[in-house]
Design a protein. Structure first.
Ligand code: NAP
Length: 247
């Protein structure tokens, strides 16, 4: 199995894309830290699913925007499996509204989780990744970071910010032989799309050359590639997984 014995921390992995990544890496033999903020039950279900498939996993509660809670998550990881080889910064939120009505609180909340969470987790796990044999940092951005999206000025700014961060960390990690990359999913069938009206979703799908939303497995398969030794010479990249949206 391609991830045998590699320790992977995936933020926000009790549900959605993170859950798909956790279960995929677990099924490939990884030791998985399933991070959650509020979804405790689903986090434990994810652990059970990974263990039932022959993998090892532990649940770790932490709000990624809270530095002390991220330090606690690192302790849970070290106690269960030792230092991390792979960090996937997946936890993310939206707070959509047109820019003229966007409050400073809505701006700050999206920055605190999407960018601040990435900052906290990357800094706390940096030494682990640097010291790992080919450590991996993988940041889950979005097609919205490239194209923008009506009503998502805060989210688009945060997701674009991940590109510059990733390229810079890729340069800083390179001397130690570790890599940093971004995955930019297109619209993916998870709870995050629940608030999008069907009419709008139909319009979105009509604009996707492959004529469907992504499934979490579509994103997880690309993350698995980036997390594995198959991607040794790929760093500082943004990999689009969007059904051809920008063609
Ligand atoms: P989702 O179904 O809404 O799930 C969000 C996940 O993030 C949950 O597991 C949640 O944990 C976690 N989370 C939120 N705030 C957190 C915090 N402060 N600390 C720790 N965990 C936190 O979203 P998703 O669709 O799976 O999205 C996952 C990532 O993919 C996000 O970064 C998102 O921006 C990106 N993305 C999504 C799409 C899409 O169309 N779905 C497209 C492109 C990119 P709890 O449930 O425990 O709170």
């Amino acid at each position: 199995m391609s991830m045998d014995g590699r320790t992977c921390v995936i933020t926000g992995s009790a549900r959605g894309i993170g859950r798909g990544i956790a279960e995929y890496l677990g099924s490939e033999g990884a030791n998985v830290v399933v991070n959650y903020r509020s979804s405790e039950g689903p986090a434990h279900e994810a652990v059970e699913t990974i263990e039932a498939a022959g993998g090892q996993a532990v649940a770790a509660q932490a709000d990624v925007a809270d530095r002390d809670e991220v330090i606690h998550m690192r302790e849970v990881c070290h106690d269960a499996f030792g230092p991390a080889d792979v960090l996937v910064n997946n936890a993310g939120i939206t707070a959509d509204t047109q820019f003229t009505t966007m409050t400073r609180e809505e701006w700050d909340r999206v920055m605190d989780v999407n960018l601040g969470g990435m900052f906290n987790c990357t800094q706390e796990f940096y030494d682990d990744i640097w010291n790992a044999n080919e450590g991996r940092l993988i940041n889950i951005s979005s097609v919205v970071g490239k194209q923008g999206n009506f009503g998502q000025a805060n989210y688009a700014a945060a997701k674009s910010g991940m590109f510059g961060f990733t390229r810079t960390i890729a340069l800083e990690l390179a001397k130690g032989g570790s890599t940093a990359n971004c995955v930019a999913p297109g619209f993916t069938a998870t709870d995050m799309l629940e608030s999008v009206p069907d009419k709008v979703l139909d319009r979105i799908v009509a604009g996707i050359p492959l004529e469907r939303l992504a499934e979490v497995e579509d994103i997880a398969a690309v993350v698995r590639f980036l997390a594995s030794e198959d991607s040794s010479y790929v760093t500082g990249e943004v990999i689009d997984v969007n059904g051809g949206m920008d063609l």
